[in-house]
Design a protein around this ligand. Structure first.
Ligand code: PGA
Length: 222
């Protein structure tokens, strides 16, 4: 399997900056790369980005940073899985620690969001901080993101991260484990050299398109 790189922009970028990132990064990708990039943009940009990627044929997938627990109806402000699916989104990050600590995501809502993804052919990626965050059944992708490493520059030693990703998988071998937390162009190759780390969720180091291209080059050259 190709390693996966989730570019998690979080609550950043204007529309013009979002377009610029796609136009800069898109042409740098090719099907032969040993990794696949999934751009996880804010909801408001997903439709346009999905169109740009599909029109240009960029080797990139589009992901959302969250999804509603609700299917549809009178839920002001919510964005449903069906809406995301209908505009070409393929992946959804669920249960990021920032959503758990700021917006009330729990193991229960994470499980509900996974159900919504499953009903709509979206691939959920469940983000967990520790073994206390439950990975619901029938989830194929999870990422371990220790709070101490998110946005701090204090990344976890790759060998240690690999061991934790394996431990969190338990006996569920078909699941694909990933790591997130201060991954950048200087350490990505060391993470991807680890057997059990099948992808990375990248926040800060995904924002600048030129630095992100350097990060991709670091993997190609490793
Ligand atoms: P970071 O964020 O790369 O800025 O540490 C990762 C994440 O929160 O997904």
């Amino acid at each position: 399997m190709k390693k996966l790189i989730f570019a998690n922009w979080k609550c950043n970028k204007t529309a013009a900056e979002a377009r610029e990132w796609i136009i800069e990064v898109g042409p740098q990708l090719n099907e032969e790369d040993p990794f696949k990039v999934i751009v996880c943009a804010p909801f408001v940009y997903l439709n346009e980005i999905a169109q740009m990627v599909s029109d240009a044929g960029y080797a990139m997938d589009v992901g959302a940073q969250d999804v509603s627990v609700k299917e549809k109806g009178a839920y002001t402000g919510e964005v449903s899985a069906a809406m995301l699916e209908s505009i070409g989104v393929k992946w959804v990050l669920i249960g990021h620690s920032e959503r758990r600590s700021n917006f009330g995501d729990t193991n229960v809502t994470v499980a509900e969001k996974v159900v919504q993804c499953r009903k709509n052919s979206l691939e959920p990626v469940v983000l967990i901080r520790s073994e206390e965050d439950v990975i619901p059944e029938h989830v194929s992708y999870y990422a371990w993101e220790p709070v101490s490493a998110i946005g701090t520059g204090k990344s976890i030693d790759p060998v240690e991260a690999n061991a934790t990703v394996v431990a969190l998988k338990g006996g569920n071998t078909p699941m694909h484990g990933m790591y997130g937390g201060s991954v950048d162009m200087g350490n990505i190759a060391a993470y991807f050299a680890q057997e059990a780390i099948e992808g990375a969720v990248i926040g800060s180091a995904s924002l600048d398109p030129h630095k992100f291209i350097q990060l991709m080059n670091a993997i190609r050259e490793s």
